[in-house]
Design a protein around this ligand. Sequence first.
Ligand SMILES: [Zn+2]
Length: 197
Amino acid sequence: MNIFKVGDSQKAICESCQSVENVTFQLRNVPFNDGSGIATNILAGVCNKCNEVILIPQQSAPLINKQLRATRKPIESKVPAHFVDMLNNACAELGAQPDFSNALIKYYVHMLSHEAMPTDELKTYLKSNLAAGKSDKRISLKSSILRDELATLRSKTHIKSTSSVIKAIVLKIHDDIQVHPQPNLINQLKGVVAAVS
Ligand SMILES: [Zn+2]
């Protein structure tokens, strides 16, 4: 991939001018492909004659995608209050702050949906005593791949709702980290904590 710098220039066909023009790379706001909004401060090729953005180099794609993802709605799950406490305590056990909770859930969703962890006992967690309680707290998760991974997990485990899958995962986290501590898993998770803190 050719990496361009701000101020670099080349020739390109400009649709507006209907001619080959000099293009200079500058930081500009550009619309998303799906028209749902605008990505800001993106390196783009601007026609020197008409001042329109006429090309977007490949190097800008990850930043545009990052901004597009930020506009997506999070996945919301309702859980009883003690679920948030179990997550916070699991985080503390890993040496992390409570705000690591979402990363911890996403790690589990990823590992479970890719069969790097067994999924067969997930459903039984939902029958445990700790599964009960009025769902009056919210877990809000944002990720580009989470939606697909949760769909995979729902069909694998035959658990119907996303909230129930999230509840089963929190109960598994509590079990793996606090009730029956899994040393290898805990060490891996401490590595993830170090990477994001
Ligand atoms: Zn032009």
